[in-house]
Design a protein around this ligand. Sequence first.
Ligand code: SF4
Ligand code: MG
Length: 275
Amino acid sequence: MAHPLEKYLRAGKLPHIWCAGCGHGIVTQAILRAVDELQLDTEKTVVVSGIGCSSRAPGYLHFDTLHTTHGRAIPFATGIKMANPELRVIVVTGDGDAAAIGGNHLIHAARRNIDLTVICFNNTIYGMTSGQYSPVTPGGSFASTAPYGMVEPSFDLCTLVAGAGGTFVARGTTYHARPLTNIIKEAIKHEGFSFVEALSQCPTYYGRRNKLRAPLDMLYWYRDHAVGVSQWEKLTDDEKAGKFPIGVLKKVEHAPEFSRVYSELIARARERSEA
Ligand code: SF4
Ligand code: MG
């Protein structure tokens, strides 16, 4: 019997390239479940990615997809949305792609409140290029470029995007796969810039260097350190230490959306030139 999500896959592109135990398949499935439950029109849904392990996902998806250059998924997605605001545009990116080379694009898309849904598969490492540290690698972690431990402070991606003006910001993990699907559904429905940080294990290049060698070790780490946002708000600062909130962290409804604002500007300019 066919898998209920099989219709969203390009069977000819499988098998995928991800390592056994990688979390990216779980995040990809959460996206497809969200698309399926929302009954999105696949003819009007575009998925755009940059470069990295996560950015291979759109290649397997049976939508209009673009696999672009490193860090530039958001500018491509912006162009698509501005050219045809009727399209629903989902960006699939990683922590290196979105927060390092693409960091500028991320904050400015958030500031503009353009109606894109950015799903960042955050494995806290550059997986595809064998484990260099990224701007979100936790302090003290080991990476191929941090053999004595990461000494730089890391970004909290959700706080970064919320501070830059994103109107929907949420975090989930691959351990919490069903809540992650619900978060992605809410993000897709949101009109404005929506950002989902999906923590996703890379056992190959993060786990094995950081005493989380097995994929299950990383999933249990998410289970033991993530706290639902309603519980999180009741914790003292001491209780929050070493933990992080999951769920919808920021949601602002009815903020001016960039493609709509820009269309109105074009209409005003046309009227003026015709007058
Ligand atoms: Fe997944 Fe890491 Fe392997 Fe890339 S290197 S496919 S992120 S486990
Ligand atoms: Mg990464």
